[in-house]
Design a protein around this ligand. Structure first.
Ligand code: HEM
Length: 208
């Protein structure tokens, strides 16, 4: 293997490492917090007041979340662009999963800034960070609700299938039997993250 192709392979491995861990840990943690919507406004607001008051939350977010996710997003876009005409050497199902991985990645690059604007920037500019009432009102707008339904679907797919790609890229699943097991794991992860996201949204919808 030439130096440049082994460097490329290494970069790809770190790309999946930087994607899967920070994104998965953050999303699971964030959706767990948001599941408190099912317990009503007091529970939801208390969780967010506590996390915003923590002095380490901003450095943690920057170092462990924003930098790795930006690296993953920018490198992912360049990979998607380079391989835009080439997926046909794989069987149909693998091809479809690969295309959906790229589409969900692009969807997330659109969803995350839109969500930041709605849930963080606009409320902060208004002088009060997002609380239960703000999110409940946001979900009463059909367009916002559709964007979040697609956003949750996109993040659940990207993480579920990303785990599958990660396990192949890092040589964790080599045999066909191991790949089949990993396929089941990735489907379960997809279902679990979707269920958490939709239950959290449901908590706000039920308050209407
Ligand atoms: C299921 C519905 C969701 C709800 C109700 C929700 C709610 C919120 C709220 C209230 C904030 C503001 C936090 C603050 O001001 O401290 C926030 C921030 C954020 N959310 Fe979500 N979220 C949801 C889904 C998601 C998903 C699927 C993702 C991942 C792609 C995500 C990623 C983020 C990020 C990156 C931030 C900014 C965190 C920061 O830098 O402080 N959210 N969300």
């Amino acid at each position: 293997m030439s130096n440049s192709s082994s460097l490329g392979a290494l970069r790809k491995r770190f790309f999946s490492l930087f994607g899967i861990f920070p994104l998965t840990i953050y999303v699971v943690f964030h959706l767990c917090n948001n599941l408190s919507s099912l317990q009503g406004p007091e529970a939801f607001n208390a969780i967010y007041d506590k996390s915003r008051a923590s002095p380490i939350i901003i450095p943690i977010m920057i170092l462990l979340i924003w930098i790795p996710i930006m690296f993953h997003g920018i490198y992912g876009l360049s990979l998607a662009w380079k391989s835009r005409y080439s997926p046909s050497q794989f069987p149909y199902f693998e091809n479809l999963k690969y295309i959906l991985q790229r589409l969900s990645g692009i969807g997330l690059l659109l969803f995350i800034p839109a969500h930041l604007l709605k849930a963080k920037i606009l409320p902060t500019l208004d002088g009060h960070p997002a609380d239960f009432a703000h999110m409940a009102e946001a979900f009463s707008e059909p367009l916002t609700l559709i964007v979040y339904i697609l956003g949750v679907l996109g993040v659940a797919y990207h993480i579920g299938n990303g785990l599958w790609q990660f396990s192949i890229g890092w040589g964790l699943t080599v045999t066909e039997a191991a790949m089949k097991k990993m396929q089941v794991v990735s489907i379960l992860v997809f279902l679990a993250i979707s269920a958490m996201g939709y239950a959290a949204i449901g908590g706000f919808l039920m308050s209407h």
